[in-house]
Write a protein that binds this ligand. Structure first.
Ligand SMILES: [Fe+2]
Ligand SMILES: [Fe+2]
Length: 133
């Protein structure tokens, strides 16, 4: 069983965004597997960097679509994206200078965040976008 499963509950019915979410879940699974297997920290941090890079791209996709259709909850949604991005950048700094390592606690936090955000904030956005298209 995968660490995080992409299920019907995570689908928001916007194919481009669902594909990106599926990819995000896959990268998080890869990061979890690497941690469980006791892979070298530098290799795990590489996967974390991929996750952040892809997440930032994904957030941009959503933000462009929200702006395009004047989504009324854009600001609150973007704040959730920005808060996570800022936290991730802070962590990246700690990983680079060796003062922190990837832990299962971090993986659990990302698991929770992705699930909550896709099933809550993104689903709400998806309902709005589906009505516009
Ligand atoms: Fe999303
Ligand atoms: Fe989002």
């Amino acid at each position: 069983m995968a660490f995080i499963d992409f299920t019907q509950k995570n689908m928001i019915n916007i194919p481009e965004i669902d594909d990106q979410h599926r990819n995000l879940f896959a990268i998080l699974n890869k990061m979890h597997a690497a941690t469980s297997e006791g892979m070298e920290q530098s290799a795990i941090v590489e996967i974390f960097n991929d996750l952040i890079r892809y997440t930032v791209e994904h957030f941009e996709t959503e933000e462009i679509q929200m702006k395009q259709y004047d989504y009324p909850k854009y600001a609150a949604h973007k704040k959730e994206h920005d808060d996570l991005t800022n936290q991730a950048i802070e962590l990246q700094k700690l990983f680079y200078d060796g003062s922190a390592t990837v832990t299962f606690e971090l993986l659990d936090f990302l698991h929770q965040w992705l699930n909550d955000h896709t099933m809550g904030t993104d689903t709400e956005m998806g309902e709005f976008l589906c009505e516009q298209q």
